[in-house]
Design a protein around this ligand. Structure first.
Ligand code: 5AD
Ligand code: SF4
Length: 469
């Protein structure tokens, strides 16, 4: 079946569930774990669920439908899911709540087996390739009160035209590609999200144009490996060239031209694919933020080799130097894993060394978590937990001292800030973000919401800056 026909079919199921739910005032609760791609999937799920007549609640106890959108990149998400499922048992018994679990973790057989065995009151299990079929799965569950398992092992298609309920009305995420072909040896993603599939440039441009019309100012382009957008073989064969878009760089340039959009961000690129045309596009497109997230993972060439990252410590530093020389005001953020199998004290020192040299704006730090089915899990010389934690704390100390030092550089400067609205901690104040994604808190009139304004930075704190109009 054509993907468009499949979506039409699901829209009919949306209508059927809506009809069945009429006048019942039903509520749903959703918990999203993991990355921005999962958040974006949840926005699509919320779009479908709200069209089916459910209103959102933050209390799972009062929900008629509870949905978990899971992540399996690190182990702690599993503990969290099983804890939540345990809590739900009583609610389910009292209220007959429909429990649905979707996302990456459901692509792992040992997890779905455990759910069947220990949490048999779960109603719907669906994977990353069957998210668009949620209306059908829900309808069948409501009608027949039977359990549904809807997980596909083969790569899914790219489905367009699902309803979406976004969490913000200023900033929006737009997925540009699905899946990953890289097989970094620590990572489960290629096994649960399948091979790379790019969205057609036309669909992406239309989505961004629509967002601009609705008043969105900031777009984040999402993909496991954004700079292999359109370069995978099946696209080369199709010879896609829509309005001159045939690569990630040309996509950035096209989005940069869309009126109304003021900021463009993207996550995550892979250093090995960071080609010169992308560097030039960032430098030349005024809307593309000059904060680039460039995952390092490790600073040791030996560890990088075992991780199958396909670059060395020196190549990473060279790339950073090249980017800094070509992109004025460039800032960088990164991901780092500590304690990967075989990481020696010397290897870890190499990571610290790169952090010192590059001076990142932000570092997302992770303790290596062994994932069943990945090559990393089978490697010898796994690092004991206490050493992993020791190294993590050492890295954290270095990163925090750098952030403090870096924050001081902002004091006295004028920054362009996209105002998001009242601050959560103090509603008297407004909050926004700089181009480099730093939070700025300041006093000002509520009408500034959604605007980009100049603020003078007057003081710095660990996780935010204070500004004045
Ligand atoms: N253990 C710890 N961190 C991991 N990441 C991916 N897989 C693992 C793992 N098994 C981190 C990487 C990646 C980020 C999204 O999560 O740093 O860039
Ligand atoms: Fe995982 Fe590496 Fe793919 Fe990122 S590039 S999703 S870390 S395999």
């Amino acid at each position: 079946m054509e993907t468009s026909q499949e979506i039409e079919k699901q829209k009919q199921y949306i209508e059927k569930v809506k009809e069945a739910n009429k006048g019942k005032n039903l509520k749903y609760y959703i918990l999203t774990m993991g990355c921005q791609l999962n958040e974006n999937d949840s926005e699509k799920l919320c779009g479908m669920i709200e069209e089916m007549g459910y209103a959102k609640t933050e209390q799972y106890q009062e929900a008629d439908l509870v949905l978990f959108n899971t992540c399996c990149v690190r182990e702690n998400a599993e503990d969290k899911l099983f804890g939540k499922l345990g809590e739900l048992k009583r609610v389910k018994e009292q209220k007959g709540t429909i429990i649905a679990i979707g996302g990456c973790m459901m692509q792992e057989k040992h997890i779905t087996d455990k759910i069947h065995e220990s949490y048999p009151y779960t109603d719907i299990i669906f994977g990353t390739h069957t998210l668009h079929k949620f209306p059908e799965d829900l309808y069948k569950t409501i009608q027949s009160k039977t359990k549904m398992q809807d997980v596909l092992d083969i790569d899914g298609e790219v489905y367009e035209g699902l309803p979406i309920k976004r969490t913000s009305n200023i900033k929006a995420s737009v997925t540009i590609m699905y899946g990953c072909n890289n097989f970094c040896t620590y990572c489960i993603v290629p096994y649960v999200r399948g091979r790379e599939r790019s969205r057609h440039p036309k669909d992406i441009l239309e989505e961004v144009e629509q967002l601009a019309k609705e008043g969105y100012k900031e777009i984040t382009l999402l993909g496991q490996n954004v700079n292999s957008y359109l370069i995978v073989e099946q696209w080369k064969e199709k010879n896609i060239d829509y309005q001159g878009i045939n690569s990630f760089a040309t996509l950035l340039r096209a989005i940069n031209k869309i009126d109304g959009i003021e900021r463009i961000r993207f996550v995550s690129p892979h250093p090995k694919d960071f080609t010169d045309d992308v560097i030039d596009a960032i430098a030349e497109c005024e809307k593309v933020c000059k904060l680039v997230h460039l995952p390092l993972q490790s600073g040791s060439t030996n560890v990088l080799k075992r991780m199958n990252r396909k670059y060395t410590k020196e190549q990473y530093i060279e790339l950073v130097d090249k980017m800094k020389s070509r992109i004025p005001n460039l800032t960088l953020s990164t991901d780092i894993i500590v304690g990967f199998a075989g990481e020696t004290e010397e290897d870890f020192e190499d990571t610290l060394d790169v952090v010192k040299k590059v001076c990142f704006e932000q570092v997302y730090m992770f303790i290596y978590s062994r994932r069943v089915g990945t090559p990393g899990d089978k490697m010898p010389d796994q690092i004991p937990e206490e050493i992993k934690h020791e190294r993590f704390n050492k890295l954290k100390e270095l990163v925090e001292s750098q952030i403090e030092e870096n924050n001081q550089k902002y004091v006295g400067t004028i920054q362009k800030v996209l105002v998001e609205g009242p601050s959560k901690n103090n509603p008297e104040l407004l909050t926004g973000r700089t181009d480099s994604n730093k939070v700025v808190i300041f006093e000002g009139p509520a009408e500034l919401k959604d605007k980009i304004i100049d603020l003078k930075i007057v003081s710095e704190h660990m996780w935010y800056l204070k500004g004045e109009i």
